[in-house]
Design a protein around this ligand. Structure first.
Ligand code: TXA
Ligand code: MG
Length: 325
């Protein structure tokens, strides 16, 4: 069993596994990550292999601080304002990449941009400081499965593929980082997440654009690659069908409730937040989906969730889970 407690000795061991080119799973404030040395192409390739991930899907690079981020990406003044306000924390900035930084091409999947974040989880921070290298880390799940919010989730998906899993209990947000395109004059939302749109707009003093408004670099457009390829439909997919905005519960269905459950759901439901709290709902989302999926029911009916604040990110994930596949 590769799960170990995230104490100083195990963090030091994890750092040396990373610098030796092996994979390590570690907690962040969002979800658990599957980390590899971002400068080592063979190490990064193991991530794709372990996850069974489509090769065109680029990875987020995790670094210890702003100085390390500046070495791999170019910051506009808007990008720097967001970094100052939200780092360390669950925000990923897509920046023009610095080609001299030695990041493996596999990490960026051929794009001329790079996704960077400085996580706030103390274990992630200690690991990055000890390893002293940029760490490429997608969520530590098999491609297409829901993201892991506990070490046990990671073990179930990838236990035989990692050197070790640093266990620090359930993650705080339970929802991936917000990703914005910060390459241009206007910040554009690529993936809603734990940092909400309204908070970034307050810092910037201007609205944030939608992905459809983002022209993309010439290289990105000409290669026909989506701006944030992980945004492909059906990325977050339980086995069961997902029926959104359910106002009734049909025979054979299990219920993902939000607030007061629909009648008839006793014994076959999970509740994202009985009190209707979106932060609690985000933290519970993936674990609830996993438990409902494990019942073997053919369909998960999902009660309506407001589109405000974190609801935007929660609904985004649920729409992907419901997409035809
Ligand atoms: O919270 C998180 O962000 C977690 C933890 C581990 O940090 N990581 C995570 O990584 O969610 P992943 O690989 O599951 O999602 C990364 C997303 C993908 O949608 C990918 O397409 C996008 O980031 N991405 C990476 N590089 C990009 C780039 N240069 N331009 C646009 N999107 C990019
Ligand atoms: Mg993922």
């Amino acid at each position: 069993m590769p799960i170990v407690p995230a104490n100083d000795a195990e963090i030091a061991r994890a750092a040396s596994e990373l610098t030796s080119g092996r994979l390590v799973a570690f907690p962040t404030e969002t979800v658990y990550g599957l980390g590899a040395d971002a400068t080592n192409g063979r190490a990064v390739a193991q991530i794709f292999e372990a996850k069974g991930r489509p090769r065109f899907n680029p990875l987020i690079v995790h670094v210890a601080d702003q100085a390390a981020a500046e070495r791999i990406g170019q910051f506009t003044s808007r990008a720097r304002r967001l970094a100052e306000a939200f780092w360390p924390g669950p925000l990923t900035l897509v920046l023009p990449r610095r080609s001299e930084a030695g990041i493996s091409d596999l990490v960026t999947a051929g794009l001329d941009t790079i996704a960077v974040r400085v996580p706030s989880h103390p274990v992630a921070r200690a690991l990055l400081a000890a390893a002293g290298i940029p760490v490429a880390a997608p969520s530590a799940n098999v491609s297409g499965h829901v993201s892991p919010t506990t070490a046990e989730h990671v073990d179930a998906d990838l236990g035989d593929k990692v050197a070790l899993i640093l266990n620090a209990g359930p993650t705080e947000h339970g929802l991936e980082s917000t990703i914005v395109d910060a390459t241009g004059d206007r910040i554009v939302m690529l993936r809603p997440g734990a940092v909400i749109r309204e908070a970034m707009e307050a810092v910037l003093g201007e609205p944030i654009g939608q992905e459809s408004e983002s022209a993309g670099s010439d290289e990105t457009r000409m290669s026909g690659q989506p701006r944030s390829p992980g945004q492909l439909a059906s990325h977050y997919a339980p086995r069961a069908r997902v029926r959104l905005n359910a106002t009734d519960l049909r025979p054979g269905e299990v219920l993902l409730a939000f607030g007061t459950p629909l009648p008839g759901a006793e014994g076959r439901s999970e509740n994202l937040s009985p009190s209707g709290d979106l932060v609690e709902a985000a933290a519970n989302l993936f674990a609830c989906l996993r438990r409902l999926d494990a019942t073997g029911a053919p369909t998960i009916a999902v009660m309506p969730i407001p589109e405000t604040g974190l609801g935007e990110a929660i609904n985004d994930r649920l729409r992907r889970a419901a997409a035809e596949r």
